[in-house]
Design a protein around this ligand. Sequence first.
Ligand code: PLP
Length: 363
Amino acid sequence: MDLEAIRANVAAIVAAVSPAVVCAVVKADGYGHGDVPSAQMALEGGAQWLAVALVEEGIRLREAGVEAPLLLLSEPTPADAHLTVKWNLVPTVYRNSFVDALSEAVGDGPAMPVHLKVDTGMHRVGASPETALELAHNIEQNPRLDLQGVWTHFAVAEEDDEYTRTQIARFDDVVGRLAAMGINPPLLHTANTAGGLAYPEARYSMVRAGLGIYGLRPAPTIAPEVPLRPAMRVVSAVSHTRRYKAGTRPSYGRRRPLPEDATVATVPIGYADGVSRTLSSVGGEALIRGKRYPYAGTVTMDQVVIDVGDDPVEVGDEVVVMGVQGSEAVSAEQWAEWMGTINYEVVCHFGPRLPRQYRRGCG
Ligand SMILES: *Cc1c(COP(=O)(O)O)cnc(C)c1O
């Protein structure tokens, strides 16, 4: 993991969206990059807020000594209200049941900041615009709570201009109606990476950037002028080699006959580490000595086999499963294409069994 890349990506996003501030989204263990190091680098790069999905994720960061303001992107359960207070996690709210539980948990303590989420079209979580007005009113009336933010989330910021603009208009309408009620929350935010980079009017006070801080783009067309560099490289090393005759079928299922006599290199990384077994049938590739080679058979739990033809490959040679090696690269986008998914899911899948190495600046 290239920590310097995360710092530089955040700095580039900060520069692009300023004067809005950046809230670095480090949920799901920092999209598979490690939540604590990603958070630390994001703060070094100029992020002023952090966000995670779950209370548990917030506690992990607090236990690691992270002190920055930390937003929970989903409303916790009422049973967890006391944990959000105890660990100073800023909750998103959209239901009265949680607001009541939170108020109770605050007790005589200092007023708790909350961010009210309005559903303007994502239709996953959040209060409808009408409910949001009522909820905002209730929060304003409650001295134990402080309505610090109002926000929404885009469904298609990377691909549908018209729908995104409709969401922005609905948000503006809610903000206008709140203002008419005398409610003016200091923080307004709507944008994820795509929204923040592609829609200046969607930046408001803060941009919640996830994917971009790890150096990936939500779509190739999003802000190509903002320099982003992938922070993750997935690397292993050849653990065994053997020469086989054409027609030999390595690995489980005996699915793929070697087209020619070939050396097969075994690499100790498998689907338990995030190298999906689906790659066996859709045809993934890995890099050794700066060259691309196909998988020679089914991906197993702990190992993969690679068809290196007649090339001189030896035990100990570096194998790049994802990332750059020499002038070749296997990108997260390439993986996403093989797997029929998006780069977000690809990086999240590289699992905790893989030892993580962090360095500042890597090739
Ligand atoms: C994950 C998430 C983000 C970050 O989105 P990216 O596309 O990764 O920048 C922002 N806001 C919410 C509510 C999210 O769940």
